[in-house]
Write a new protein. Sequence first.
Lengths: 339, 555
Amino acid sequence: MNQKYLIPLTAVFLLFLVAYTGVEGAGLQWFFGIVFPYVAMIAFLAGFVYKVLGWASSAVPFRIPTTCGQQKSLPWIKQNAIDNPDTSTGVFVRMVLEIFLFRSLFRNTKAAFNKNASNRLSYSWEIFLWLGALAFHYSFLVVILRHFRFFTSPVPSCIDMLEYIDGIVQLGLPGILLSGVVLLAATLFLLARRIFDAKVTYISQAADYFPLFLIIGIAATGLSMRYFTKVDIIDIKTLTMGLVTFSPTIPESVGGLFYGHLFLVSILFAYFPASKLMHMGGIFLSPTRNMANNTRAKRHINPWNYDVETHTYEQYEDHFREKMIEAGLPVDKPLDKKE
Amino acid sequence: MSDEIKPDELLNKIDYGPTKKSEPASWMDTSTQIRPGMYCYAAKAESVETLSLPNARPWNPLEDDWKLPDNWQEILHQGIKERLEKFRTFKIFMDVCVRCGACADKCHFFLGTGDPKNMPVLRAELLRSVYRNDFTTAGKILQKFPGGQRLNGARPLTLDVLKEWWYYFFQCTECRRCSVFCPYGIDTAEITIMGRELLNLIGLNIDWIATPVSNCFQTGNHLGIQPHAFKDMIDFFVEDIEDVTGVNVEPQMNIKGADILFITPSGDVFADPGTYTCEGYMILFKYLKDKYDLNVTWSTYASEGGNFGFFTSHETMKRLNAKMYAEAKRLGVKWILGGECGHMWRVINQYMDTMNGPADFLEEPVNPITGTKFENSKSTKMVHITEFTADLIKHGKLELDKSRNANRIMTFHDSCNPARGMGLLDEPRYIIENCCDHFYEMPPNTIRELTFCCGSGAGLNAGENIELRMAGGLPRANAVKYVHEKFGVNSLGTICAIDRAALPTLMEYWVPEVEVCGIHELVGNALILPGEKRRTEDLRFEPLPGVEPEEEEDE
């Protein structure tokens, strides 16, 4: 059990140290600031596309949505058009709610068994996983969008706007940006759940801890640059703009902490397609959610449908003809007179 | 039944904390012990042979040697590879699980046994661990390093792993409850279906599935009831119904040119209390024949609505299901009406038309009595009997005497497949409300799409795995107990033949005061047949509420 999170934790530390010492000690800025980010980005894009195409190349032989409400039935029975959609509009709404609001997770309950007293099983609404997941994903999204200020010049006004809203709680100097803090807190919550909830501990793999530690590392290095150690933003932007304009340069004054941060981000990108993080793409393609429950009204085609051997009525009647006639059941062919 | 585990003993075993001190911390290190009471007997060789399925031979799961083909690993590897290409569900569900644990305590088998490998996520991980090892780039690289496999949560497909698959894929009833809660819609039923399909490639089915499949293929129904015996059983019901109502309701069998072909699970013909539901159908059809001249025919060839092929492989499902359309075509009916059954309707709703359609020789179903077009089944051309009956009631076409069911204080168990593979929720409720005075719902977390399985579905309704069934049925029984204690509920309605077979045992075990009945049993009791005598008994030959028992002895 310890191994499952100690190894990923150590790995993230080591990765950070590799970049930090690589830059501070060996002067490998060009590698951690230019080569690896490009490699990671290529791995991410190629891997992502490869994975999604792989899924898309698999057939969808049957239309098997999980229905979570009343079907379309008689006109006077009220259908649940979102949780049991029969049209693509319904499916679209269902998917939007799933992707943006994690609707299925919102249903989460916690079961408890009250032994002895009543021997009753009870189920209570369990919203924290949903809240934690939502906080994590949205804060991460805002953080990523905010970082576009490093990759655009001039910075689009929508990014400025986003940052303004993110900093609406004005505290300290430089002003607190909520997203970064929420991201770190939510990730720590998700980690705590894995470590302290016995069931979740039991099902967790190293591959579940690694991305969490990685993101904690990214958030922690990012926050410390912004609030504590302070870095030269102008120089960093020179580097990042160099990357997106394909004319990479290494500015002088940027230190190891930044390269550590950048390296962890690069690792996250490179690791993404090979990992469970691909749920980001998978959620769009999940056949139990993205299909309409209208198979009885509209025939679904299985691209590899093939003929099978069946036991025909003729074979059946041949087998039972005498008994059928005796029982007064109609038959297609009369009994052979010869016997 | 004497060596059967007592309810209290079973309850004492439940512990949702997965790591017992005595056990290894990783689930991969716990070896699977195949325990009597929790598994079903192996498929008999002759049943496997009927459909020419692979590796028919006698074998025993408790013995070390499962008599597998020498290249079983290769067969399974190829089998997985092929299915990853044929089923997008399988491929995506192997890749995207984040192990958030939302599904963990949603499975009735986990809730009833506390066995961590019954958490849906772990059931899938049994397969995923091998997938990660053999089918992913990361897995192929990492297995070259010491400890790399473990780090990746991967493992090779060994005999122990295979036995674990077999044990746990036959501890899943494919109920899909976990899938409702999964943020990516990962459906353990789909994983179990793949798992069982793979196991069948090397002849590892259970007999409670293989023999019904063989029977169904040869004889037309799971129970192997031959045509004349089928007719005998129906005749027997005719006599019973005549005793109760004074009306001869003899149905039509194998009649060409009837309006509608009716297909229901053979369990309804075979065992109580399904038989009373069957009598309900017969009374309804007689009523419709007399009042509205509607001709419904039964078939002995297609005398099985259920489809245990679904629990074997997609191909076997298709082979058994083909009979429905073939028979409808031969008899020249307009459309097909299907009886109360769970997985039968999953197959009809989500597979039949795709597999064995298009049914262009049938008409788009219209209720000739009410004129209602069944828009939702215009391609498959098969209508669920509760849709049909609800429509008749809504249009005031049935004369119902609710008071005959006044002794029934009802609750309704949504069967997994109609709930989560179809969404047939309000139709049966509407019928209950029109046939009974007293109806109480179980707690909201245990009904409709959140319903709990009977614990015996997907071919697990055997006798030898009784502990598994009683444990798996605990969440359902617990909710019934709640309404029994709170509202005095004494009847559990259901629209599934497996439920009607499994729930009486479950109720006897956990809530003995509650009886199980099908919805059309209620209809059969309430429906006033033209020319019937004054009824004093219900279809179970029990005195009708409000009728003096002495009256009967008058004669």
